[in-house]
Design a protein around this ligand. Structure first.
Ligand code: ATP
Length: 458
């Protein structure tokens, strides 16, 4: 099994992630987060918000609408860029316009053939392979990544628009609103977390490529000065990598990949990806892009609204440059699960599967057990402790099976601590606290349990 399969199996078994609409046979590219997954994702988003907004004086937050005027997508270039017939490599997911492949492969069919007939590609051109990696190609499709939707009730008068393909534009259209309603001025940033939708033709790799997913982004506005904006670009690159490291991602599994000039998106002047290594293959986790003044300029031209900033001190008026950091919440959650996953051989020949998630991200911080479920005194004391702890931490209760089974279940859930109430607890007012990673056990006084966890979870 590869890492994606292992995590998919554990995720379903333990309630992290289920296939979307499963009882109806599923809906490709959609996923539902279960009781543990929703906690993991929420913790991840809270950490993002804390580091990007709460702890900073130069970043504010926003939560823009998912459905925006279709004019936004015209201005941003999304409608235009994705309107061609495209084929996509099933392996590396690069997409190609048919004429691009025709140029790079002498035996390739002419673009018209591809455009006009699916069967020709299937039947006569099986040789046609991805020019990048030699992978198999999908059939050509009139390919628009944007997910269409319709607003309004009267048939024939409905407004055709789109579910946002990236959360970015909701920030840029509000650039002037944020400036006039807060005290920020460039250099400053606007952070956002929210859903995005893409009609990916080959969703896959568990949640890696989904059709509905969440992004966590920063749009950072600077003076339109090459040197200054590049300084911020370098700064944010490092900040974002450091953030993933602070969440416990193994250093050897992270690196930067620079986009070559011919790989840059239509808006980008410079771009690096933070990539994560899964089973020896580097995959994109987050993009850091220098967008120049592309977005604000396009929205100014299209809306005819003045999008410039006037600097009262220097009396300069300008369209700002934008440095963007754009990460996927689901993709990061997936990589964090893969990174935390370990199968360990224990003394005595036993094995365990454990998720060594950073305590900040773990769905439950502790699990509370009465040693025996049929001893009312133990259950009562354990319940009191559980009720007390849950006011401060996300905790869970388990009184099924034996202690060994409960430990295994919590190891797979990534719970950093297990608290067991035993007969000694009734006499000595203390409990056993077992550490997930070292499996060592401490005896901790019930009175001190909360501060013990606060320290450990810091
Ligand atoms: P890819 O090359 O993998 O399709 P992208 O370069 O199109 O990604 P961006 O548009 O830069 O991605 O989006 C920023 C981030 O959003 C990505 O780094 C990724 O974490 C996340 N993301 C993008 N598309 C998807 C998707 N289909 N499913 C899950 N996450 C996604």
């Amino acid at each position: 099994m590869d890492s994606f399969e292992k995590i998919a199996s554990l995720a379903k078994r333990r309630g992290f992630i289920y296939p979307g609409s499963e009882i109806y046979g599923g809906l490709a590219g959609t996923w539902d987060y279960g009781p543990l997954g929703v906690e993991l994702k929420r913790n991840l988003k809270n950490e993002f918000w804390r580091s990007m907004v709460q702890l900073r004086d130069d970043v504010v937050g926003i939560d823009a609408a998912i459905v925006m005027s279709p004019k936004v997508w015209e201005a941003s270039g999304h409608l235009e860029s994705f309107a061609d017939p495209l084929v996509e490599c099933k392996k590396c997911h690069h997409r190609f316009r048919p004429d691009e492949i025709a140029n790079s492969k002498s035996e390739a069919p002419n673009p018209k053939q591809i455009r006009n007939s699916k069967s020709e590609i299937k039947n006569k051109n099986e040789e046609l392979r991805c020019p990048e990696c030699g992978g198999e190609l999908t059939e050509p499709k009139q390919f628009n990544l944007m997910v269409e939707t319709y607003l309004g009730v009267v048939e024939g008068e409905k407004l055709k628009t789109y579910l946002r393909g990236e959360i970015t534009q909701g920030v840029h259209v509000n650039f002037k609103n944020v400036l006039s309603s807060t005290r920020v001025k460039p250099p400053f940033g606007v952070a956002q977390i929210g859903k995005a939708f893409r009609n990916e033709i080959t969703p896959g790799g568990f949640t890696f490529r989904s059709r509905e997913f969440e992004q966590m982004e920063l749009q950072f506005y600077t003076k339109p000065d090459e040197e200054e904006s590049m300084k911020w670009f370098e700064y944010w690159k490092e900040e974002r990598l450091t953030w993933y490291l602070s969440l416990g991602v193994k250093k050897e599994n992270l690196h930067f990949k620079e986009h070559a000039k011919d790989e840059l998106a239509h808006y980008a002047r410079a771009a690096f990806d933070i990539e994560y290594r899964v089973d020896g293959v580097w995959k994109e986790m987050e993009g850091i892009h220098h967008r120049g003044d592309w977005d604000v300029k396009r929205h100014q031209e299209s809306s005819k609204e003045d999008m410039t900033y006037f600097d009262e001190e220097t009396k300069e008026r300008y369209l700002p440059y934008i440095v963007e950091t754009s990460g996927g919440v689901d993709r990061a959650a997936l990589f964090l699960l893969i990174d935390a996953y370990e199968e360990e051989k224990l003394e005595g020949g036993d094995e365990r599967t454990v998720l060594k998630l950073h305590p900040k991200l773990a769905p439950y911080k502790a699990a509370v057990f009465p040693l025996l479920a049929n001893k009312p005194d133990l259950v009562k004391l354990a319940k009191t402790i559980y009720d007390d702890l849950k006011r401060e931490f996300m905790v869970t209760w388990d009184d099924r099976g034996n202690i060994g089974k409960r430990y295994r279940a919590q190891d797979e859930a990534g719970t950093p601590f297990c608290v067991t109430v035993d007969f000694d607890s009734l006499e000595k007012h203390d409990v056993t606290v077992r550490d997930r990673d070292s499996m060592k056990q401490d005896r901790v006084s019930i009175k001190e349990l909360k501060s013990y966890f606060s320290k450990k979870l810091e």
